[in-house]
Design a protein around this ligand. Structure first.
Ligand SMILES: Cc1cc2nc3c(=O)[nH]c(=O)nc-3n(C[C@H](O)[C@H](O)[C@H](O)COP(=O)(O)OP(=O)(O)OC[C@H]3O[C@@H](n4cnc5c(N)ncnc54)[C@H](O)[C@@H]3O)c2cc1C
Length: 372
């Protein structure tokens, strides 16, 4: 079989770049195909940039396993490649007595997931760490942190290129067929040009575009169903004032989101979000900023009663690539290899929402093993 390139990775988000770097360093010839003019302009640059500890996810799930493994890989990578990172820790706060029971359940789940370092704090202990936080109790997660997501992706891009990989920007995959001998034939649109490219292996890391890519490919397994996309937008407000916090502050999570939390960026500036707004399109517009500011202020004041409400500024939105509908049970990451769809040399990733950034380096190793 003679193909143009050994492996094509569709998507230059944090996950596609991490996979391409892993494969290139294992000696494969890799090309990343990305529809935008640079890397990471979709979900990978519209998130909270939090390195999650791995606390919340069901025991045995890929989200739990890859988050715990990915977190330690990510801290080590950041130190090695000079990516700004801060293991600042997070406080998960119970603001009512009934929420204290939720803290206990989350702590128990964390231990099962291999996160043994959580510490229960009384309100007095919290006051010593964060005098402005109001709560009746809290759980401290010392291994939660923040990272400069753009710098991380730039370091991944450099890894891809240094290992001999290539990245084609402004190149959108519009069609795929699997030819005899399991060669992948991709139709690629770049500006006004349409070209074809063949590869021996294919990775679908197209994020919000993954379900569309998946449906382009006929599978031999008649029972195989490509997971559908159910976009869920999250809005962020920034704080146009100095935040008095050193830790990230999280309220209790809901089944499909982590709650309107306070995160810090590498300069110490605070932002709040994301909320959850289910929609049937990929529109990033900030919906109802005034109404939303009031709703955010109500949530935030539960743990920060002296929030200067006027300092909340609409900032940006991100869209979670969910693969389950509103109200349905939360889904795990779906990473499908030949055992699922029946096509050798093809791995497809669906539902890579949070903690996808934290997990990216572990997802890359997992994907490389599936391809092998
Ligand atoms: C609001 C929000 C907050 C989050 N917060 C965190 C957090 O704090 N910590 C954490 O660990 N995770 C977080 N996440 C999750 C994390 O951001 C994602 O899991 C991660 O960015 C997914 O990366 P990706 O590479 O899979 O997808 P993307 O970044 O979406 O990349 C996919 C790429 O594929 C390209 N593409 C799509 N279709 C095609 C096509 N046909 N041809 C060519 N290219 C194509 C796109 O242009 C895109 O660049 C958050 C997510 C959201 C939405």
């Amino acid at each position: 079989m003679s193909v143009d390139i050994e492996t094509v990775v569709i998507g230059a988000g944090v996950v596609g770049l991490a996979i391409a770097a892993e494969l290139a360093e294992r000696g494969q010839e890799v090309l990343v195909v990305e529809r935008h003019r640079t890397f990471g302009t979709e979900t990978s640059s519209r998130n909270s940039e939090v390195i999650h500890a791995g606390i919340y996810y069901p025991e045995g799930s890929l989200r739990a396993k890859l988050c715990v493994e990915g977190r330690e890989r990510l801290y080590a990578f950041a130190v090695k490649h000079n990516v700004p990172v801060n293991r600042c820790g997070k406080l998960l706060v119970a603001t009512t007595e009934t929420e204290v029971a939720q803290l206990a359940a989350i702590e128990a789940k964390a231990v099962k997931n291999g996160v043994p370092d959580l510490r229960r704090l009384t309100s007095n202990e919290v006051r010593k760490l964060e005098p402005d936080v109001h709560c009746v109790a809290a759980t401290l997660s010392p291994s939660t942190g923040i990272i400069d997501g753009h710098a991380f992706m730039a370091a991944l891009e450099a890894r891809v290129l240094n290992a001999g990989g290539q990245i084609a920007f402004n190149s959108e995959v519009t069609g795929i067929s699997v030819e005899v001998g399991n060669e992948f034939r991709l139709i690629i649109r770049s500006g006004g040009d349409v070209s074809e490219l063949t590869s021996a292996r294919l990775v679908n890391a197209a994020g919000l575009g993954a379900s569309g890519i998946g449906r382009m490919i006929a599978t031999p397994n008649p029972d195989y169903v490509v997971p559908g996309l159910f976009p869920a937008k999250g809005h962020y407000f920034s704080l146009a004032a100095k935040a008095p916090f050193k830790h990230l502050i999280y309220p209790m999570p809901s089944p499909d989101a982590l709650g309107v939390h306070l995160t810090l960026d590498m300069s110490g500036a605070a932002r709040f979000g994301p909320d959850i707004y289910w929609q049937d399109n990929l529109d990033y517009a900030f919906v109802d900023p005034d109404g939303r500011r009031k709703a955010f202020a109500r949530e935030i004041k539960r743990y920060w009663p002296t929030l200067p409400e006027d300092a909340l500024m609409p900032a940006y939105t991100g869209i979670r690539p969910k693969i389950y509908a509103e109200g349905a049970p939360a889904a795990d990451f779906e990473i499908h290899g030949e055992d699922k769809h029946g096509i050798p040399g093809f791995v497809a990733l669906y539902g890579i929402e949070s903690p996808g950034l934290t997990s990216s380096l572990a997802i890359a190793v997992y994907t490389a093993q599936l391809l092998d």
